[in-house]
Design a protein around this ligand. Structure first.
Ligand SMILES: [Mg+2]
Length: 260
């Protein structure tokens, strides 16, 4: 991928903004990483920047591992939301759940209860309804124990393990991820941005790479930090230095979209 694809995407943004889609991750991208996941909030100006973009371009979306119950109150209805990596979607204000995911709710509840009663100590269990996350950010030395417990729980329950930033997640064995969420939401556009910071964002970057081969101008933006996985950095057309830089960048995109 060359920088010229980003230039081509910016050209579309300036001259045909309705033919553009911009998607971003949430944690580590629009919100600073915090020890307690429940307390994460979008950076000042982040929601406003997405709102500005949503009024002028074809599609704006947030693709996250968070549940919709967390995301929906934060963003206006014209921002597309994919929660739990696409198991839950809010599209033009309407919620739509992946039908094959919903039947795993009881299994997830059982594994959450197991993790809380007999899971690895010093690991925080986040119940997301249709998935769960074991966070070891506060005790990074517990990473191996968390992954081992999750792997064992996956074998027992039929859930699947997904690595995430300073955490490990257990999901229903349903073929959705940020790539399928992005592909489903982008529609017929000529330019697509995606901004992310984590290995869970890789499927979205890969979908951009597929779109590029069919002539869509793409911009793969990686939010850099001292935790950035080198695999992710290899996919970057644009590197942004933390969520603050993301807000600045989103406003630059909104400026370009409005400058016709
Ligand atoms: Mg993230």
């Amino acid at each position: 991928m060359s920088v010229s694809s980003v230039d081509a995407a910016v050209t579309v943004l300036r001259h045909a903004p309705k033919r553009v889609a911009v998607f971003t991750d949430f944690d580590g991208t629009l919100a600073a990483i915090v020890d307690d996941p429940a307390s994460a909030t979008p950076l000042p100006g982040a929601v406003e920047a997405l709102g500005r973009l949503a009024t002028s371009i074809g599609r704006v979306g947030v693709l996250s591992g968070r549940p919709l119950t967390f995301l929906a109150p934060l963003f206006p209805n014209d921002v597309f939301l994919a929660g739990l990596y696409g198991l839950e979607v809010r599209d033009h204000g309407r919620r739509r759940d992946e039908p094959n995911g919903a039947r795993w709710r009881d299994v997830v509840a059982t594994v959450v209860a197991d993790a809380r009663s007999g899971g690895p100590h010093d690991v925080d269990v986040e119940d997301k309804g249709l998935s769960l996350t074991l966070h070891y950010r506060r005790h990074p030395q517990r990473a191996d124990a968390a992954v081992a417990w999750a792997t064992d729980a996956a074998q027992r329950s039929g859930l699947v393990v997904r690595p995430a930033r300073q955490s490990v997640e257990l999901h229903p064995p349903v073929d959705v991820d940020k790539g399928t969420a992005l592909a489903g939401a982008a529609g017929d556009v000529d330019a697509v941005w995606f901004i992310g910071d984590d290995v869970g964002d890789l499927p979205a970057f890969r979908v951009l790479e597929q779109l590029a081969t069919s002539g869509v101008a793409v911009a793969r933006c990686v939010v850099g930090s001292d935790e950035t996985d080198p695999v992710l950095a290899a996919h970057a057309d644009v590197t942004l230095d933390g969520p603050k830089a993301v807000v600045t960048y989103l406003n630059e995109l909104a400026d370009a979209a409005g400058s016709g």
